[in-house]
Design a protein around this ligand. Structure first.
Ligand code: F6R
Length: 610
């Protein structure tokens, strides 16, 4: 949700910033811009659309400096346009700012400043902040003090980088609610929303915490609170390699990430399955054994795809841990009054670890006294840091906007957590051992499903012109149906709905006719016969059935137009294999419809606004 990057050092800043923006573009791609200080004044270049548009402008009108800031935008306030593109400059033209987040009280700041004769140039919330800093700076001439004063007055969230024409060679950053990382190089610094814009320059980083600011100049950094209290910052090593964020031989990141799943799942499981002992080893939970033993209720919360994984978790905890479990949308949880009794464990799932709704729900649940575990991919992210304990996915960076490998790893981690909790209750050694052995074989089974890409592409081609699709599943495969529908709609813009197979007859069946593809996730499990009846109902109404079935199934081919066979596994683990064909179908449908698979319209990878 907007990416910011800044550089100060001795090298030419333009390419460093441009490459940084390309790495961050998954966070938003409505407009892009760059600002530097040259010859005692601020120069900016801004473009509507992708970073490549900005690159073209820079090729014609270069910006040459050894420092600068840049931004790629996911529009919230003010439609995508050049005037709304960052960096925003204050009325004096001496300050430029890039911002990720939302200034909630921007209207009142704007009307106050307009009342004092300051003319605004854009429709953005961000401009109110730079104008306010500029207003204080004009009075005092103290840049840091003006920024601190302005940040005290603004409500909302921000990760910002500020430059000033009077102080070339200096960047000030600050954060509250939006991520900001400082890469510490040899006499140079890269400040950015995430490590992908930093990793090719240095692996030494400082993760700024909420309400901290950083001043970068003369090869030195100084971290302080927003009340000017100095802070001794810890320099960490970035757990990210350049190779992980390169696209390699794939045409799209989504394709790369779908195909990484045998390996990403193997990495996620590595060292965590003790097959002999029938036990799970989750280092991140070693300090919270007592809480796990005393857990009476599990409250999962997340957004989007991570919520779908959480819904699988609901089944897993009830089935394997004999513990009441429910999943809630983060955005709803914080506006309800959830009753947190003693023994409630919250589990927040988030690939990015920065989703604003999940972060806010986490804080709310903690305030009410729950212990909260995180299932997070991005190491050192806000959610990872604010949870009491947690388990990382270890699947490497997920760059395609549509989540794929994070989903399967989230389900794998939930399975391990549920088994771990179950073993302290009634889950037998034999059952745990059997499940862990199955889990261990999942990467190989995913590999087998990926080998069906050609068949899946051909099936997709037959139905890609249909504008309404239905996805059905039961039990643990109901969330898979939801996830399949979400994948299709978010990247191909085909309308799709997922639902429990039995719910179809309570209304949606009215939609079914010979034009409607109905994807039914129907592996062999205890719901199979019932799903078969639902398939009959679709068949009778001439819906076009695409079934995901277990290898060796002979009945489905009589009813379904298409059958995609996936390897047999334990029914509770089946989402790990049944999801894969749906990811591939969505990917190919989007390609066939000529859509930008990795950067679907209106979306951003990390939703850091509420
Ligand atoms: C869909 C997708 C989103 C995210 C959601 C939560 O493909 O990626 O629905 O799952 O925005 O994001 P995280 O997991 O980063 O909290």
């Amino acid at each position: 949700m907007c990416g910011i990057v800044g550089y100060v050092g001795s090298k030419s800043a333009d390419n460093i910033l441009l490459n940084g923006l390309k790495r961050l573009e998954y966070r938003g791609y409505d407009s892009a811009g760059m600002a530097i200080v040259e010859d005692g004044h601020i120069s900016t270049r801004r473009a509507k659309g992708r970073v490549t548009e900005l690159e073209q402008i820079l090729a014609e009108q270069p910006l040459k400096s050894t420092m600068g800031i840049a931004h790629t935008r996911w529009a919230t306030h003010g439609k995508p346009s050049v005037k709304n593109a960052h960096p925003h400059v204050d009325a004096s033209g001496r300050l430029a700012l890039v911002h990720n987040g939302i200034i909630e009280n921007h209207r009142s700041i704007r009307s106050l400043l307009e009342g004092k004769g300051i003319a605004f140039q854009s429709d953005t919330d961000t401009e109110s902040l730079v104008q306010l800093i500029g207003y204080f700076y004009k009075e005092s001439g103290d840049l840091t003090g003006s920024l601190q004063r302005a940040l005290r007055d603004v409500q909302g969230t921000f990760g910002i980088a500020l430059i000033c024409a009077d102080q070339p060679g200096r960047i000030i950053g600050a954060r509250r609610g939006s991520p900001l990382i400082v890469g510490v190089g040899d006499g140079e610094f890269v400040i950015a929303s995430d490590g992908s814009a930093i990793v090719e320059h240095t692996s030494q980083v400082i993760f700024l915490k909420d309400n901290e600011m950083v001043e970068l100049s003369d090869g030195r950094y100084e971290i302080s609170t927003m009340d000017a209290e100095p802070i001794q910052a810890q320099v960490d090593t970035l757990e990210l390699t350049l190779e992980e964020i390169e696209i390699g031989s794939h045409e799209h990141y989504m394709h790369k990430e779908i195909f990484e799943q045998p390996q990403s799942l193997a990495n996620c499981l590595a060292g965590r399955l003790d097959l002999q002992a029938g036990e799970v080893v989750l280092g991140g939970l070693s300090e919270v054994q007592r809480e796990i033993a005393n857990c009476k209720r599990v409250l999962l919360f997340a957004c989007g795809t991570a919520w779908h994984a959480g819904l699988v978790g609901e089944y897993l905890f009830e089935e394997l841990s004999f513990t009441p479990a429910e999943v809630e949308y983060s955005s709803e949880l914080r506006y309800r009054n959830p009753i947190i009794e003693e023994g409630t464990i919250g589990i927040v799932l988030s690939q990015s670890g920065e989703t604003a709704d999940s972060l806010a729900a986490l804080r709310e649940i903690k305030r009410k006294g729950a212990t909260v575990f995180g299932i997070v991919n991005v190491v050192g992210s806000s959610i990872a840091r604010e949870t009491d304990a947690g388990v990382y996915l270890h699947v490497g960076p997920e760059i395609g906007v549509a989540s794929t490998k994070a989903f399967t790893a989230q389900v794998a981690v939930l399975t391990m957590m549920a088994i771990d909790m179950g073993r302290r209750r009634y889950l037998s050694h034999a059952r745990a051992e059997e499940l862990l052995k199955e889990l261990h074989q999942i990467p190989g089974k995913v590999e087998k499903v990926l080998a069906l890409e050609d068949q899946i592409r051909k099936i997709t081609a037959k139905y890609v012109d249909r504008n309404n699709w239905l996805y059905l599943g039961r039990g643990v495969n109901y969330p898979v149906a939801l996830e399949g529908a979400l994948k299709l709609k978010e990247i191909s813009y085909i309308h799709a709905e997922g639902m429990p197979a039995a719910e179809m007859k309570h209304g949606p069946i009215a939609l079914i006719d010979e034009d409607m593809p109905v994807v039914v996730v129907a592996p062999k499990d205890h719901t199979y016969d019932k799903v078969l009846s639902n398939i009959e109902e679709v068949h009778t109404r001439q819906g076009r059935i695409i079934a995901i079935a277990t290898e060796g199934d002979t009945r489905l081919s009589e009813l379904a137009e298409e059958v995609i066979y996936v390897p047999q596994t334990s029914p509770l683990l089946s989402p790990l294999v049944t999801t894969i064909p749906l990811q591939l179908m969505a990917y190919h449908a989007a390609l066939m419809r000529g859509q930008n698979v990795d950067k679907p319209r209106n979306l951003a990878k990390s939703v850091t606004v509420e």
